[in-house]
Design a protein around this ligand. Sequence first.
Ligand SMILES: Cc1ncc(COP(=O)(O)O)c(C=O)c1O
Length: 477
Amino acid sequence: MKFLEGIGEVILKEKVCFHMPGHASSRIFSELGYDTLLENIYKIDTTEINGTDDLHNPSGLIRDLQKRISKTYGVNESIISVNGSTAGIISSISAAIGPKDKIIVDRGCHQSVLNALIFTGAESIFIDAKIRDRGINYGVKTDDAIRLIEENKDARAIVLTSPTYYGIVLDIKKISEIAHKYDIIVIVDEAHGAHFNFSDIMPKSSVSLGADVVIQSFHKTLPVLNQCSVIHICSDRIDVIRLRDSLKIFETSSPSYMLMGSIEIGLDIAKKYGDERIKKNVRSIREVSKEAENIGFTTFIGDDGLRLFISAENFGFEGKAFEKILSEEYMINVEMSNYFGCLFLSTMANNEEDYEYLMLALANIRENLDALKRNYGDESSINSNSSELIERLIPHLKRDRKLSLREAFMEESELVNIEKSAGLICAKSITPYPPGVAMVMPGEVIQKEHVVLINDYLRRGFSVYGVSDGKVSVVSR
Ligand SMILES: Cc1ncc(COP(=O)(O)O)c(C=O)c1O
């Protein structure tokens, strides 16, 4: 049982969890007494037999669960996706637009949005997301979104990401008001905001700010198993029948009662304990941030107060090395690292002990810099200034689109060495991961600045989707 043993070993080693899914490696279930319910969850892994229900045509237990979700979130209707927000986003976009339609899209979007554009073939207008200060994605600016809506009044839909991976929330209310003047459907990827509804100190969810469709990954910020997402229908602007038909294309036909059962558990926990636990976590995050700044780290807290970005740049450690030190020396696992630091994702599953331990670890790193540098020296030294590279190159990246995403994806393509790719048309997205935001999209010309940045990402140990064995896929011409 090598696979099970391998994963088990990783989890067993972990002392503190600041990453998804939002049950902190299942610890909240035992802490709150839900573990007996979960111990036997595999026993409900059945199929559409008499009395269960049909995922794509719910009329019983699944329909009732969805009704309870929609009541909790105050929306017209909620539809579960057991294939994550990925299937939810592709289905929602496919329901909103056709091949001859125009759609305005946040360029900082998740891969699934681009895949929906490839599938639909719609004309896409992109709004640049602002990546600033240590690679943090601030999302699109309200003014930029409004300007593009005014310039494209004939667009059928707009897709926005709020909050961003770093917890930045957009002004969905303002953008929706303008979009609706022209009957443009507002779709919000709120994958990282399913917890907003459970505390009055959280930002308001897009479900109550005028968005028409909101997709949330319950598993990211609620104590719910991976892959559980919900599509909330908040108005009559979207054709729900078409959305359900689209889900039949992109989601498995097999119902997972285990996953859906975990949604019920997660909602129960969130309703009973969410507010109190969120408030405690927000307080603790502020304390950690203050303490970390006092000893020389640089920090940033997202709009919900639960995403903490810590950079150890001042001590000469890049994000990847800092992540490795936290994991290997202190058994603390974080959500991700970028060039500059690590993103700690806190959920209602975290408790005070996690923060106390994190503060001890940070202080310990500060005290043992010399030894850590010896051990993590090669990979950690910031030898070419990353901030400078990003600041120098990113604002000057040209967006030179020659083909639509669909055309580029469907055309004959070939693999070329990345060094020889400048000037060629990208056939498959080139996406540094995490956070999974495409640097070059299908149909765009690869620039020499992209090549420099991609090589730099690879050299620093990041995965770049779309690059394999130093080759990228380009349209054959
Ligand atoms: C902004 C955003 N949207 C959508 C997704 C996809 O979510 P899921 O894992 O539920 O498919 C992600 C995943 O990381 C994401 O970060």
